[in-house]
Design a protein around this ligand. Structure first.
Ligand SMILES: Cc1cc2nc3c(=O)[nH]c(=O)nc-3n(C[C@H](O)[C@H](O)[C@H](O)COP(=O)(O)OP(=O)(O)OC[C@H]3O[C@@H](n4cnc5c(N)ncnc54)[C@H](O)[C@@H]3O)c2cc1C
Length: 356
């Protein structure tokens, strides 16, 4: 793992500011077995501390310490793997899993729209009309990451035009009717292969269906989906706090107590997240998970602020740059990842109103 961390540390700024290494992230992560974390051994997984998705959460956090771009690619790929693990379509799982785990096939997740739909915030942007034993897909996914130009598969929630229950289906980049845009011009995370996709009469047979009943399935997958996302916050906050502590200890030391308190808060939130993901409570108690995601996002902002304050004016000197500027940009992504903080706050308000 040290070799991966060295590679990430060396290339983190390039991954953030250019697409030039976009092709190399997946192989680098796959070479260290990242996508196998938390996957059952019988399905090609790697033995880990917990043997479930908690290993992937911690793996994503570890990568995010060095590069949020790489952690987001990890999240996309590992989320797609999780969808297959939680799908009753075992034939699809068995067909795709080996290439996803060894990183030769990219998996992307276009489910932000679906998560918003689940919280009653947005209509689904992909429609399906019945076509034999499957569907014809039409629509657009405005943002989707890990769309490796060579080949990718992606998951999307689909609203049947006849008004029946939405489903979750996949499509592949070489299916007729799939159009990938150029990479979006982003202010950060540019090596993440993030683009838009348009679907025009894309045939998705029954063998492409991940879940026939999207709402129940999405609620079940959400703890893993959100938990792994929280991994990015955990890693980024930890990296900023480590730097802040280093600088504060060597300098005026004034912020030491605040930094230590933030580190303790991070450990406590991480422990709560891992516990809740493990015991399944977040499947029904979604608000508790939403609150954790908000608290971790706030902690990322606090950690970056402490790093800045510990460094003072030196944080502004390019010759002393040690990743702070990149972490500052990366941190701007944390509140807008689906479900964004505003989406979660709206969902919590709705929940509180319903309870009252
Ligand atoms: C680099 C990058 C990569 C991404 N990769 C992926 C990916 O791989 N897969 C994926 O699925 N998505 C991806 N996304 C999309 C991402 O998840 C969205 O940014 C996220 O859903 C936030 O949505 P939003 O832009 O609508 O902002 P929000 O935070 O939801 O909303 C912004 C503002 O609009 C308001 N608002 C939102 N909804 C409504 C509404 N219904 N009515 C009225 N007001 C509303 C909010 O209150 C807020 O003020 C990516 C985004 C980025 C930036």
């Amino acid at each position: 793992m040290a070799a991966l961390h060295d590679w990430l540390a060396q290339h983190a700024d390039t991954l953030d500011q250019s697409a030039s290494l976009g092709d190399e992230v997946m192989p680098a992560l796959a070479a260290h077995g990242c996508f196998r974390a938390g996957v059952p051994l019988a399905l090609g997984g790697a033995a880990g501390e917990y043997g479930d998705v908690r290993d992937a959460i911690l793996g994503i956090a570890e990568v995010a310490r060095h590069s949020v771009t790489a952690a987001f690619v990890y999240w996309s790929q590992r989320s797609f793997v999780e969808y297959l693990l939680q799908s009753s379509n075992t034939a699809l799982r068995d067909r795709l899993l080996p290439a996803l785990l060894d990183g030769s096939l990219a998996g992307a997740t276009g489910l932000s729209n679906a998560m918003k739909f689940l919280s009653g915030m947005e209509a689904l942007s992909v429609q399906g009309s019945a076509n034999g034993d499957g569907w014809l897909l039409n629509g657009k996914l405005a943002w989707i990451t890990n769309l490796r130009p060579q080949r990718f598969v992606a998951a999307a929630a689909v609203a049947p035009v006849d008004g029946s229950t939405p489903l979750v289906a996949m499509f592949a980049s070489d299916d007729v009717g799939v159009q990938r845009s150029d990479n979006l011009a982003l202010i950060a995370l540019r090596g993440s292969n993030t683009a838009a996709v348009r679907l025009e009469h894309v045939a998705a047979g029954a063998d492409y269906v991940i879940a026939a009943q999207a709402p129940a399935w999405l609620a079940r997958v959400r703890p893993a989906f959100l938990g792994m996302q929280c991994g990015m916050s955990i890693g980024l906050a930890a990296a900023a706090l480590d730097k802040a502590a280093q600088v504060a200890a060597a300098a005026r030391g004034q912020l030491g107590e605040q930094i230590a308190a933030a580190q303790q808060a991070l450990s406590a939130l991480t422990a709560q997240l891992l516990e809740g993901v493990a015991d399944g409570r977040f499947v029904t108690a979604a608000p508790a998970l939403f609150k954790l995601r908000i608290a971790l996002a706030e902690l990322v902002q606090q950690a970056l602020m402490l790093e800045l304050q510990a460094k003072g004016g030196h944080a502004y000197l390019t010759q002393e740059e040690d990743g702070f500027a990149r972490r500052w940009r990366e941190s701007a992504f944390i509140p807008v990842i689906t479900p964004s903080i505003t989406q979660l706050q709206a969902a919590l308000a709705k929940h509180a109103a319903a309870a009252a």
